[in-house]
Write a protein that binds this ligand. Structure first.
Ligand code: SAM
Ligand code: SF4
Length: 326
């Protein structure tokens, strides 16, 4: 289904939980966050019902996120239920990789196609500065486990934060020389309580490219410099993998936006950077039918906004990234 700006909306990002075992500096405060009680999280059957309704509005691709989606004990059931929904062509997951060593193969068996693994730096100190509570060994085990399980291509998410991990962006890029990995640099977005960090420590994609080129020499654009999904792709000459630059702040891609989000507590979030939401959990738990759910998704697509108000200093307040699902 197309929205009122003629964008085909077909990509659903589902947050499975707002909890996380890490506390990345731009995503979650160390303390003071309250979490959605377990009985208010969507159950596997409810997630399946939501995906069935979404496919009727034209959604084809699902990404599971959070919080940390692998903290859900019922993650395998959730994936196999989604896999069984006719019309779903791809299921991906964004994860900090913490549990992938044991989970990668079962996840594939359940029906997962791909993962993005979040790793902000190679250097241990810088990794811990942004991804507080991370364990370095776990990150590299996660990447190997995902490769062994066939969760390909491997995409690594790096959120570039000035004074935290910006001096390691070239080292991360260098990984693509020998590995067919996609290292994706994401501009910081201000959301909820940690918004100050994002505003004060912002590094544009243009600056990240300069930092990489200063150390490694020129990188060249792929795809004629056009967007592929949300990223502009580059390659180091001769490298096996690619570099992607995701620039929601310096170069917003609203015209190409094809996504909608579902929060762990049962809201459709129309745009990451705006607080408009539609509560469907009440419909789901109040005896609503499949047709009622489809109608809510149609309403969400029809009302999907364009643009953000960051230039006017207005940023989303009600939720942190961990509560929306980045
Ligand atoms: N826990 C998983 C993880 O870290 O990948 C999934 C949830 S996390 C919210 C999803 C992605 O959001 C992360 O990979 C990270 O790249 C990104 N992210 C988190 N906070 C962000 C922020 N303030 N600005 C930009 N990207 C952010
Ligand atoms: Fe957790 Fe992911 Fe947020 Fe980091 S970015 S705190 S790993 S949800």
């Amino acid at each position: 289904m197309k929205d009122s700006y003629s964008r085909e909306i077909n990509y659903l990002r589902i947050s499975l939980t707002d909890r996380c075992n890490l506390r990345c500096v731009y995503c979650m405060p160390m303390r003071g966050l309250s979490f959605v009680p377990n009985d208010q999280l969507l159950s596997p059957a409810e997630i399946e019902a939501v995906v069935r309704a979404a496919t009727e509005t034209g959604f084809k691709k699902v990404r599971l996120t959070g919080g940390e989606p692998t903290l859900r004990r019922d993650i395998l059931e959730i994936i196999s239920r989604i896999r069984a929904v006719p019309g779903i062509e791809e299921i991906a997951m964004t994860t900090n990789g913490y549990r992938l060593k044991t989970l990668a193969k079962p996840l594939v068996k359940a029906g997962l196609d791909r993962v993005n693994i979040h790793v902000d730096a190679i250097n241990h100190k810088q990794l811990l500065k942004t991804m507080r509570l991370a364990k370095e060994a776990k990150v590299w085990e996660a990447i190997s486990a995902a490769e062994d399980a066939g969760l390909l291509p491997i995409k690594l998410n790096v959120v570039v934060t000035r004074g935290f991990n910006d001096s390691d962006v070239a080292a991360m890029a260098k990984l693509t020389v020998d590995h067919p990995w996609h290292v994706r640099y994401i501009e910081l977005m201000p959301l909820g309580a940690p918004a100050g960090i994002a505003l004060e420590n912002f590094v544009s994609s243009a600056e990240t490219i300069r930092l990489i080129e200063d150390e490694l020499g020129g990188i060249f654009p792929l795809n004629g410099g056009e967007l592929e999904g949300e990223a502009r792709l580059y390659r180091i000459p001769g490298a096996k993998g690619t570099l992607g630059f995701i620039s929601p702040i310096s170069n917003p891609y609203c015209g190409d936006c094809n996504r909608m989000r579902v929060t762990a507590d049962g809201r459709i979030r129309l745009c990451l950077l705006k607080d408009d939401e539609i509560n469907f959990r009440n419909t789901l738990r109040g005896g609503g039918t499949h047709a009622d759910l489809v109608a809510l998704f149609e309403k969400a697509v029809r009302n999907k906004p364009w643009g953000n108000d960051l230039e006017d200093g207005i940023f989303p307040q009600i939720r942190t990234m961990s509560q929306i699902g980045g």
